[in-house]
Design a protein around this ligand. Sequence first.
Ligand code: E4P
Length: 217
Amino acid sequence: MKFFVDTADVAAIAELNDLGMVDGVTTNPSLIMKSGRDILEVTKEICDMVSGPVSAEVVATEADDMIAEGRKLAKIADNITIKVPLTWDGLKACKVLSEEGNMLNVTLCFSANQALLAAKAGATFISPFIGRLDDINIDGMDLIADIRTIYDNYDFRTEILAASIRSVNHMTQAALIGADVATAPPNVIKQMANHVLTDKGLDAFMKDWAKTGQKIL
Ligand code: E4P
């Protein structure tokens, strides 16, 4: 499973990128707002740092305007993925922009039917939002599993990009189901290294080591 980082925080991306944990980046208007940066500037900075796909989201709601915004965003760098919402207009924009050779990430997906439409419209990535479904007591992982089955049934090339990931359990489940990509906030990716038994075991080793009076360096 590829790891995308779900943030526009350049320092946080750099830390994970240096460890080889970053296969791509996703941003959205809320994350740009949170960064306090200009969208074109911060996106360019991220694209220069990361070699994989970097999603930049359009904010227009009409297809023609989305297409114009998408074309402008695509000029930022070769690794830009244009992100469009899963609306009828978004699908129209997806079709046109993908036929022009761009990578497209269709976002705000909450149903298998929406995912089917995105694949038909030429999406490179479909972004089902797990956490936001969990928020309304619907198991977001069921959606990932349904899309996996449907895409495999028909050999759709669109990659499943599990989004709105809120916990390390989401990462495990997405990987078990076979999501192609998971995009997660930096803190979730870092939390994947944690285990209470690792901490406990290390503590015991350190205490015993101190009793030996030895040093390695
Ligand atoms: C990523 O592409 C999405 O925009 C993001 O994962 C949404 O996450 P949220 O539901 O935690 O805001």
